[in-house]
Design a protein around this ligand. Structure first.
Ligand code: FES
Length: 171
């Protein structure tokens, strides 16, 4: 019986090692290797989101980053804002999972804020995702963007802040 338990343990260990080897082969593993110890802004895969010229003022566009389970929105505010990029310094992006309990946020065009319908937290995309009201105590994680002036593409390149439900900012 003891030997059987040991065999099961070794089998499970082997499966974990195989999974780890698969991860090491991915670009994500490379990103993890490049992460400085203790860093809060960690490298992620660079992913094309849209073109700056395709965005309309005050109309957010949803996307997923750094994976399909992580919901975000990119928005052109129409005037320069902290952290804004693009020709007018007015394009920013955030995780749109509430930092209180993870509910999905919706954008209020009139108030120009992201709002949570669960417990009414409010976040300001024009102030770097600052939490301005409600139950949450954390600002929205910011999706760091790059603008390629050659073809007007916008890329997501990293996450600043902890996405709700994750224990660290690596996948
Ligand atoms: S989940 Fe958003 S305020 Fe509670």
């Amino acid at each position: 019986m003891k030997n059987l338990s040991r065999r099961r343990f070794l089998k499970a260990s082997g499966a974990a090692a195989t999974a780890g080897a698969a991860l090491i082969g991915s670009g994500l593993a490379n990103a993890q290797e490049r992460a400085a110890p203790g860093a809060t802004t960690l490298p992620y895969p660079r992913e094309a989101i849209t073109r700056a010229g395709a965005l309309e003022d005050n109309v957010p566009v949803p996307f997923n980053y750094p994976d399909a389970e992580s919901f975000c929105q990119i928005i052109k505010t129409g005037h320069p804002v902290p952290g804004g990029i693009g020709p007018d310094g007015d394009i920013v992006a955030f995780s749109t999972q509430c930092t209180h309990n993870g509910c999905p946020l919706s954008y209020d065009k009139e108030a120009r804020t992201f709002k949570c319908g669960c417990h009414f937290s409010i976040f300001d995309p024009e102030m770097a995702g600052q939490m301005v009201d409600g139950q949450s105590t954390e600002n929205l994680p910011r999706i760091l963007l790059e603008h390629d002036t050659a073809d007007d593409s916008l890329y997501a390149v990293a996450v600043e802040g902890l996405i709700y439900g994750r224990q660290c900012n690596l996948l």
